[in-house]
Design a protein around this ligand. Structure first.
Ligand SMILES: *Cc1c(COP(=O)(O)O)cnc(C)c1O
Length: 243
């Protein structure tokens, strides 16, 4: 009944997001083509994601293993899926088996998880998996992500110790209420400088994934290459009622 109107709204919202992305890029002298929008459809039905796909979008993100494992097989194979946020090592095999078109895991925050991913890619025999390293830039205990002081070591492990993973960059959630301050994002920029200096990489080889619905324009102005946008495109999250 109400569904078609909601689905149309997601496409309209996607266009509005791209408009804002372009403006933020222009304000900071960047090209909007350098910014990738990851449309985060968590808690949203497959039909709604399909609408956004039909409008031409291809990059989607999910945050729960059980959900992406159910949804991905029902959606087109040329979607580039990003798994975003906390991933448990014991769910890696399930995730990689069910989602052959998984493009990236944003973010890896410990050596054990990196090793599990590396081994699973090798066992399955799929192409190398892109990963970003998640950094805790807000200092909240509850947040996952490595301490900024530990990010070089973890990146080094991914690059040198995980031949089946492709290091793509750094990711952060920033503030728990999704309104990051420039300080949070600055912390991630500092991590990138350190990583690139120590590992002898060009900064252009280290993507930054920061910015969500509440703060993506700031993130773009500060150099983010990936913004992960959920509720602004799909509407407020709808968690199923607990039985
Ligand atoms: C849900 C989620 C997002 C999107 O959040 P919105 O505020 O709805 O845009 C981005 N990143 C992560 C890791 C998430 O879990």
């Amino acid at each position: 009944m109400a569904a078609p109107a909601v689905e149309g709204a997601a496409v309209t919202a996607l266009r509005a997001v791209f408009h804002r992305v372009r403006q933020a890029a222009e304000r900071s002298g960047r090209s909007s083509g350098d910014v990738r929008v990851v449309a985060v459809g968590k808690t949203k039905p497959v039909s709604l994601i399909q609408q956004v796909y039909d409008a031409g979008h291809r990059c989607f993100g999910e945050n729960y293993v059980q959900e992406i494992v159910e949804k991905a097989p029902q959606l087109p194979e040329d979607i580039t899926w990003h798994f975003i946020g906390h991933l448990q090592s014991n769910k890696v095999k399930t995730l990689l088996t069910a989602v052959p078109n998984l493009d990236m895991v944003e973010g890896v925050d410990n050596v054990k998880l990196a090793n599990h991913l590396d081994r699973a890619v090798s066992n399955i025999g799929r192409q190398p998996l892109k990963v970003s390293v998640q950094v805790n830039t807000s200092g909240e205990e509850s947040k996952s992500g490595v301490n900024p002081t530990d990010c070089v070591d973890l990146v080094k492990h991914v690059k040198l110790g995980c031949p089946n993973l492709e290091f793509s960059g750094l990711m952060t959630i920033g503030m728990p209420d999704y309104t990051s301050t420039p300080e949070n994002f600055k912390t991630l920029l500092d991590c990138r400088s350190k990583v690139c200096k120590v590992l002898g990489m060009a900064e252009s080889q280290c993507e930054l994934s920061m910015g969500m619905s509440g703060d993506f324009e700031l993130a773009i102005e500060m150099g983010s290459t990936n913004v992960r946008i959920g509720s602004t495109i799909f509407g407020p999250r709808e968690y199923p009622k607990k039985k």
